[in-house]
Every structure is written in structure tokens, then in C-alpha cells.
Ligand binder design. Structure first.
Ligand code: PPE
Length: 311
């Protein structure tokens, strides 16, 4: 990862290398944390964070699902993030706010351990590879099932849940594929290891519904709204693996992956098609402020305050 100058940690801006924690931290032992992945894009009006409000609301919901009380309000985290982006001076970056149970006692109960809150920002290209954003990735259905609704609340973006994704993406890449697609215990398509999944067939677009063990992706919601605005009908429902094999197009969405075409699933070629490319372009136009229609999704960062910058 490319280091930047500053990290915001528990209310203070500190140098990147000083943002360390004790090895006894609860979150390190048990994955008791929540996080967000957000992007800041360069727009004609300067850097802007895309759908920051929705990301911070999801962070708060994730914390609630873990009975975690965030010591900072959503507005305080937003202000800190703006200042961090300004200080690090990047026109485009990925932003990762996270909160975890820190050092105190061990044992799975989180007890009175403090909740630590950190925000990092750094440059990050397309999650699935910048070159794949055009040519598409090769996906494999995982032998690992996506965590069930009664295993871990899958609507929480919680750190421990990502062991599920880690196992799936390792398996897929060891077998020579780029990414995994996880099914639910009932055999319905859920998520990629870090993305939501969409299918295009005969001009219709559909995607697993929110109750199918998916993370309620903000990019998913964005793409649904953009697609509807472009005149497509988008359905949310159950998707089975054969739907992927027989699809005209399959694509994945995520803050990190943006809109990435899938060119094959389990070696069934689906090709990179026009609907995916149209939505990908519309998405990138939206996040980079080239579409007035969705301007309200951009939270502009004021980087003109020299007081917030350090030499
Ligand atoms: N499903 C999963 C499992 C997931 O991790 C993500 C985000 C999504 C769907 C899409 O959600 P959204 O970003 O709100 O559209 N994955 C993050 C990357 C995970 C990682 O750190 O690695 C991301 O895209 O930021």
C-alpha cells in the first residue's frame, strides 16, 4: 500500500508510521471491528467524497449490530475525514474509517475495552486490477458459503466477517481465477469476496436481494438508481449459479472494484457487454462529478484551507 503522510487516530492527526496499536488489542484477536471503504474522486469542483453520508450511516449501523458505542459522532468522523483528505493532499484516494475494540482484557466478551477509531487514506486503483476494468475478470463459484444471516449479521461491514471473503478469494486465486462468488447455504448467489454481483439477460438487469446474505452495497444502490434512470428495469431477487453461466453479461460492483465486468464464471464465457460498459461509464461520470443529475451524492472537500495542511 502506498503510504501517505497522516492518519487520524482517536481524535488526533499523527504521522503514518506512528499509527500503531498494542498486540493485546481485542480487535486483533477476535476481529471485533467495523469499517468502511470509501472513495474520494477528483471532480471539476475539486476532490469530493462519494456518498459519504451513506457510508457513515452504514458504519454506525455496523457498530450498532456489534453493540459497539462509537466515541465519535458521524459528523465528527466526517469532519475529520475531510481534514485528513486535505492534509494528505491527494486528489483521489480510498478512505478507510474503522473502529475496533482496543487493549484492555482478552476473552471474547468485549468488556470495558476502549473503542478505538481510526481513519486512513491512500491511493488505491481498481480492486480487481485496472486492466480488468475493461477486459473483465474470471470468477469462480466458491466452495465456501457466504455467512448466513444468523451466523454473523452480514449487513454489518465487520472486520471478522472478512475471513469468509479471505478464504473464498484465496481458493479462487489458487485455482487460477481472479475472484470468488459466494453462494448462500440455500445455493443462491450472494456476493463476491468484496463486491456485489449483477446479471444481465435479454436486456433485464437483476441482482441478489438484500436478504440474500449480501452486504448492502452502496455502489450496488448507486448502479441500480443510475440504471433505472437510463431506462433499465432492475430486479432484486434470487439468482442461482446457472443464471450466471447463461447470462449475457455479469458484472461486479463495489467502492474498491467500482463497476468491473466478469468475462467468465467457472469457465463459462459470458463476455463483456454493452450494458456493463454503459453502466461503468455512467458510474465513473457520476463519481467524478460529470453528471449533474447525481451531484448531491458528492461531498466536496475543502482543500483550500492552508491551516489544515502540514508541510
Ligand atoms: N460485498 C462485500 C462482501 C464487500 O466487501 C463490498 C465492499 C461490497 C459488497 C460492495 O459494497 P460497497 O463498497 O458499499 O459498494 N468491499 C470493499 C473492499 C473490501 C476490502 O477492503 O478488501 C470496498 O469495495 O471498499
Amino acid at each position: 500500500m502506498r503510504e501517505t503522510e497522516t492518519i487520524w487516530m482517536n481524535g488526533e492527526f499523527i504521522p503514518w508510521k506512528d499509527a500503531t496499536i498494542h498486540v493485546g488489542a481485542h480487535g486483533l484477536h477476535y476481529g471485533t471491528g467495523v469499517f468502511e471503504g470509501i472513495r474520494c474522486y477528483e471532480t471539476p469542483q475539486g476532490p469530493a467524497v462519494f456518498r459519504l453520508k451513506e457510508h457513515l450511516d452504514r458504519l454506525a449501523s455496523s457498530a450498532k449490530l456489534l453493540h459497539m458505542e462509537l466515541p465519535y459522532g458521524v459528523e465528527e468522523i466526517r469532519t475529520a475525514m475531510h481534514e485528513l483528505i486535505g492534509r494528505n493532499g491527494l486528489a483521489e484516494c480510498y478512505v478507510r474509517p474503522f473502529a475496533f475494540y482496543g487493549y484492555g482484557e482478552l476473552g471474547v466478551h468485549t468488556g470495558d475495552n476502549p473503542v478505538e477509531v481510526v481513519i486512513m487514506s491512500w491511493p488505491w486503483g481498481n480492486y480487481l486490477g485496472d486492466e480488468n476494468a475493461g477486459s473483465g475478470i474470471r470468477a469462480k463459484i466458491s466452495s465456501w458459503q457466504r455467512v448466513g444471516a444468523n451466523t454473523i449479521p452480514h449487513v454489518a461491514k465487520a472486520t471478522g466477517i472478512y475471513l469468509n471473503s479471505m478464504l473464498a478469494v484465496h481458493e479462487a486465486q489458487r485455482a487460477g481465477y481472479d475472484e470468488a462468488i459466494l453462494l448462500t447455504a440455500d445455493g443462491f448467489v450472494a456476493d463476491g469476496s468484496g463486491e456485489n454481483v449483477f446479471v444481465v439477460k435479454d436486456g433485464r438487469i437483476w441482482t441478489p436481494s438484500l436478504s440474500t446474505s449480501i452486504l448492502p452495497g452502496i455502489t450496488r444502490d448507486t448502479v441500480i438508481q443510475i440504471a433505472q434512470d437510463l431506462g433499465y428495469v432492475v430486479e432484486e431477487g434470487n439468482v442461482i449459479r446457472s443464471d450466471l453461466y447463461l447470462a449475457d453479461e455479469v458484472f461486479m460492483t463495489g467502492t474498491a472494484a467500482e463497476v468491473t465486468p466478469v468475462r467468465s464464471v467457472d469457465d463459462h464465457e459470458v463476455g463483456v457487454g454493452p450494458v456493463t460498459l454503459e453502466l461503468q461509464k455512467a458510474y465513473l461520470d457520476t463519481v467524478r462529478g460529470r453528471s449533474e443529475r447525481w451531484g448531491h451524492w458528492l461531498d466536496h472537500v475543502n482543500v483550500d484551507e492552508p491551516a489544515t495542511r502540514e508541510a
